[in-house]
Design a protein around this ligand. Structure first.
Ligand code: SF4
Length: 348
């Protein structure tokens, strides 16, 4: 794995992004931001799942004004997502947003961007320049590749912000196409000092979207690129938070909750290992501390194959072997597999 690119840190409320800080997990609500109660309820649920920064859509003035009430009901920093109308960015800042996301492709007039930057500078609120492949500004050269045009669009905005003596900048360059996204981030990572928000946009439903995101985000993280991640899924945002942590955990970049190791099962399996692994996964969702739990399908190879698990069970016909760090600690009857394993997990 490449060493992490150390970026210039920024503060989104109480959360540091960049500068070698842990990679921050963020998500976006899908409630109507004007509906303060539903939005707070969803953000609280995401906080519980481990979300560290939340973004809300600000489609109109009422949504911008709702930010101050929403902030009173939540514990994590809030970013206002602005498209088209710079006045909504100004209203969101006034309402107490901890960060702004602007799409340079649709804010338009640099004078409007300037008004937002000056207000953000006065409050020391960072701005994410969020470039999307699908909405590139007309000023970029159409003869260049999409990745190059995304970088050019970001650099144009960065220059504008820097010319206004503003450097609380974060950048994202998102596309649906994974190689395009990787190329764009690799390019900009060498050109600017600012932290990068990484993700694959409109990745799809969880089954395919999680894979696209894991490949794109995982590749970038492995290259040392990325300070905060958002997995975009057509699903409840708690699925995004769950997927984000699984990506970070799989690269040993963050620890969050349990890791379930389960064997694929094979011709040696004599019990319903899929059913047991699903039941264990459900139980583990109630646990927040890091622990590696193994569910293996045979008593012969199971303990050896999962010897780096903290606690595990290797299941044979009618009985299973409980093990801790690869060492056998007991034998249990088939009907007790789940309860005996979870008892050991609790004890660990
Ligand atoms: S642990 Fe046993 S049952 Fe599971 S895949 Fe390996 S050999 Fe097969």
């Amino acid at each position: 794995m490449n060493p992490r690119r150390i970026s210039k840190p920024i503060q989104i409320g109480t959360v540091t992004i960049g500068g070698g800080a842990p990679i921050v997990v963020q998500s976006m609500t899908n409630t109507d931001t004007r509906d303060v109660i539903s939005t707070i309820r969803q953000i609280k649920e995401l906080e519980e799942a481990g979300c560290e920064v939340i973004r809300v859509a600000v489609p109109d003035k009422q949504a911008a004004e709702a930010i101050s009430a929403i902030k009173k009901g939540i514990a994590i920093p809030l970013i206002a997502d602005i498209h088209f109308d710079y006045r909504l960015a100004l209203a969101s800042l006034k309402a107490g947003a901890d960060g702004l996301r602007l799409n340079p492709g649709n804010i338009g007039d640099p004078e409007r961007v300037k008004a937002v930057v000056l207000a953000a500078r006065a409050r020391q609120v960072p701005i994410r320049i969020g470039v999307n492949a699908g909405s590139l500004p007309k000023t970029t050269n159409p003869k260049l590749s999409i990745a190059r045009r995304m970088v050019a669009a970001a650099l144009e905005q960065i220059n504008l912000l820097e010319s206004l003596d503003f450097d609380l900048i974060k950048v994202s360059l998102k596309a649906f196409d994974v190689p395009t996204t990787i190329e764009a981030y690799q390019d900009i990572a060498t050109k600017i000092p600012y932290p990068l928000h990484i993700g694959i946009t409109e990745a799809g439903l969880p089954r395919t979207g999680v894979i696209r995101s894991a490949v794109g985000i995982g590749t970038l993280l492995h290259l040392g690129i990325g300070d905060t991640i958002r997995v975009s899924l057509t699903a409840h945002p708690r699925e995004e938070v769950f997927a984000a942590y699984e990506i970070l955990k799989s690269l040993n970049l963050r620890q969050h909750g349990p890791i379930l190791v389960s064997c694929p099962s094979c011709g040696r399996t004599e019990v319903d290992i899929i059913k047991l692994a699903e039941a264990v996964e459900k139980e583990l969702m109630k646990i927040t501390r890091p622990i590696k739990v193994a569910v293996m399908g045979c008593v012969v190879n199971g303990p050896g194959e999962a010897k780096d698990a903290d606690v595990g069970i290797a299941c044979g016909k009618g009985r299973g072997i409980l093990f801790k760090k690869g060492e056998k600690i007991g034998v249990v009857a088939e009907k007790d597999f789940l309860t005996a394993l979870m008892r050991e997990v609790e004890r660990f």
